[in-house]
Design a protein around this ligand. Structure first.
Ligand code: KG4
Ligand code: ZN
Length: 351
């Protein structure tokens, strides 16, 4: 059932594609009325990675309460909503089914449009949230998506209009942080702990290879770098002294940051019309990575927009915002649309 749009009323967004259960409510102008994120990290940490079945069950256990709490924080009743948006892919199918199911139920109950949001599009459109870039990022811009599951460079030309310029040919960059974190004995996910450890290290002591650096295009590769780190660790005394571990972490982080800056430089050359480079995904939280990308952008006279960390990692504000952008264009979805574990950005359309 689709009833008439209520163009002024707030939109609720739901995120459940991986290991964050999140809900947010945004006014149509992008003002955040309420936002909540429940991380499942503690549930998955003992297994050293996300366990899909545990994730799906945790979403199911927590999402209804989170929605209720978000509504209370925003001071709204379900009848006050104007639309419901949920991440419907790509991601882990169990979680997607939970989020899409809850969202469709809400839309049906409130009699408002439902939007099946592509999670990658939600990351891509975050920069257009008012307040992050003066006036909201205008199209076109360049997006560097750096997360645990995704690592790609995309020309963002409009809502639903994306051109993939390059991506990883093996591991995602966040995955590389997590794997190297494991090699160094750090808790999962490795990225934040590795950054902390690297702060005490000397990056010059272990110069690691920078795969694909200087190569045409903007593809990425991280598995060779991870192997180089593994080999270096194997050649050193075990257990690794703390300072040695910090130096390795710093060397690895520097290699990643420099290779990302190089790849971003190539991407900017492939899209000279872009005045803005947007960085998103969990790895965008890394200070060394941000600094390297900022330098690469400045060298080409391009502005860098890195949303605050809570909007770089998985969240529902971005999902609600993508829903608002789509509803503005009249792009609601039918309630029988199925979640998709694989859903490349290039398969989206604006109509
Ligand atoms: O975007 P995200 O929250 O979730 C998805 O993967 O979709 O990204 C999580 C990834 C993990 O691999 C994590 O280790 C990495 O982002 N990460 C970081 C940092 N914070 C999170 N990597 C490097 N430095 C950080 N500070
Ligand atoms: Zn994500």
């Amino acid at each position: 059932m689709q009833t008439g749009p209520r163009p002024q009323r707030p939109v609720i967004g739901i995120e459940s594609s991986c290991d964050e259960t999140a809900c947010a409510i945004l006014a149509r102008d992008g003002v955040i009325l309420a936002e909540l994120v429940l991380s499942q990290q503690a549930d998955h940490a003992p297994f050293g990675g996300v366990v899909p079945e545990i994730a799906a069950r945790a979403h199911l256990a927590h999402l209804p309460g989170l929605v209720q709490q978000c509504m209370e924080r925003a001071g709204l009743d379900f009848g006050d909503l104007g639309g419901v948006a949920a991440s419907c892919g790509p991601g882990l199918i169990g979680g997607l089914i939970v989020g899409a199911g809850v969202a469709k139920g809400l839309a049906l109950g409130a009699g408002v449009p439902f939007v099946a949001v592509n999670h990658l599009e939600a990351h891509a459109l975050t920069a257009r949230l008012p307040g992050l870039v003066a006036g909201g990022a205008p199209f076109p811009y360049l997006l560097l998506l750096l997360s645990g599951g995704h690592c790609q460079c995309v020309a963002v030309e409009g809502v639903g209009c994306y051109r993939r310029l390059g991506g990883t040919i093996d591991d995602a960059v966040g995955e590389a942080f997590d794997k190297v974190g494991k090699l160094l004995g750090l808790p999962w996910p490795g990225g934040p702990a590795l950054e902390q450890l690297a702060a005490e290290g000397n990056p010059a002591r272990h110069p690691f290879p920078q795969p694909l650096r200087g190569r045409a295009g903007c593809d990425f590769s991280f598995s060779g770098l991870k192997t180089a780190v593994a080999q270096r660790i194997a050649s050193l005394p075990s257990p690794l002294p703390k300072q040695e571990a910090a130096d390795i972490a710093a060397g690895f982080q520097r290699a990643v940051a420099e290779v990302l800056a190089d790849r971003a430089g190539h991407a900017m050359a492939m899209m000279p019309e872009a005045q803005l480079l947007v960085v998103a995904g969990g790895v965008a939280a890394n200070g060394t990575v941000r600094a390297a990308l900022s330098g690469a952008a400045a060298a080409r006279g391009v502005a860098l927009a890195a949303p605050p960390v809570r909007l770089c990692t998985d969240n529902a504000v971005m999902v609600a915002w993508a829903g608002i952008e789509r509803l503005r264009l009249g792009l609601a979805d039918a309630l029988d649309v199925a979640p998709r574990p694989r859903w490349p950005l290039a398969e989206l359309s604006a109509g």
